[in-house]
Design a protein around this ligand. Sequence first.
Ligand code: SAM
Ligand code: MD0
Ligand code: SF4
Length: 360
Amino acid sequence: MTYESLDDVLDRAWNGHPLTDGNIRDLLALRDEDDLNKLFQTARSIKERRFGNKVFLYGFVYFSTYCRNNCSFCFYRSSNKESVRYRKTLEDIVALASALEDAGVHMVDLTMGEDPFYHGRKKNESLIEVVSSVNDAVGIPIMASPGVLSEDMFLPMKEAGADWFACYQETHNKELFMRLRPHQDYGLRFNQKIWARRAGMLTEEGIMIGVGETIEDRADSLRMMGIEGVQQVRAMTFVPQLNTPMEELRSPSFTEELVTLAVMRLVHQDKLIPASLDIEGVKGLKPRLDAGANVITSIIPPQKGLAGVAQHELDIDTGERSPGNVEDMLAGLSVTVASRSEYQGLVDSWKHRLPQEVLV
Ligand code: SAM
Ligand code: MD0
Ligand code: SF4
């Protein structure tokens, strides 16, 4: 660090003082083991001060893997003829969400590719019907991750029962975005979070690590996540996928993601930060929690014909990503599962604050 010592910068974060862009870049660039231990320790302390040793569990229902887009990094891109394609029935989706609720998750994430069946003519009815049917059947909050929607869809989504809307920019570097998501509109994707928030939904932003971004790009995304006013922020390591243009690009070391998660915790102290099981499977849980994450996402029931995104099979049918197994693992990690009412209370407090916030 040039002007301030690492200890000074970490102290400043702990005391809730804002970090400069230069501080954030310097922290993201740390690789020395002793420095990283200090960073992770501070991230954990900040998390524990705000959330105690409680974690939240998100069930994942990837209900349609059909997609009209051709993202360079994604297994489900339209031109990948080898990808696993399925579209669950409404009845199946409701049953899967109910089973996840019964198994104790705090929230259910309804995700799909930009399936022409839903994004086509009848999109309003059918996508809204999925959300409202799940909402009628379960008492826990719901996240919708359907890809890019038109502005008039957001109020109906919220009214159907979506508490959260997730749509990840992947990077805030527009030129890199165009390489990752060819023929997609950066501004339209960015607006999803603004429209969702205006409609009264909580929002999640996310970036990928190891897709050609620089440290400056990562720092810029962390800054933008503050401006966007989202309640949940994520970083996921890029996992190369067969039959895609990025097949040959190697994943970076997972340390890159862990450092990003820890710096996110320093910068966004009150937000939720996922430890996704969709990168390294269950073995990736502990390092991510140790770096400051406090939500476990991509919990998937086994033997139901469901896929993950970045890891479409890993640890799924073996039951390792099931709610029960994840809870068993937590027992050994000195964290406890929050109660349903603790999670609901957090969601409600954020939702009540939304109308008072100045919207960008
Ligand atoms: N189709 C919708 C969309 O793209 O917004 C919803 C699906 S969303 C769950 C897909 C997210 O998974 C992407 O935004 C990306 O962040 C992540 N993802 C997809 N492929 C990945 C890969 N190969 N490695 C890491 N993350 C990946
Ligand atoms: C995850 N596979 O949490 C899921 C997905 C979509 N809202 C989330 C990326 O890792
Ligand atoms: Fe489709 Fe989403 Fe994959 Fe892009 S990331 S190809 S939009 S499923």
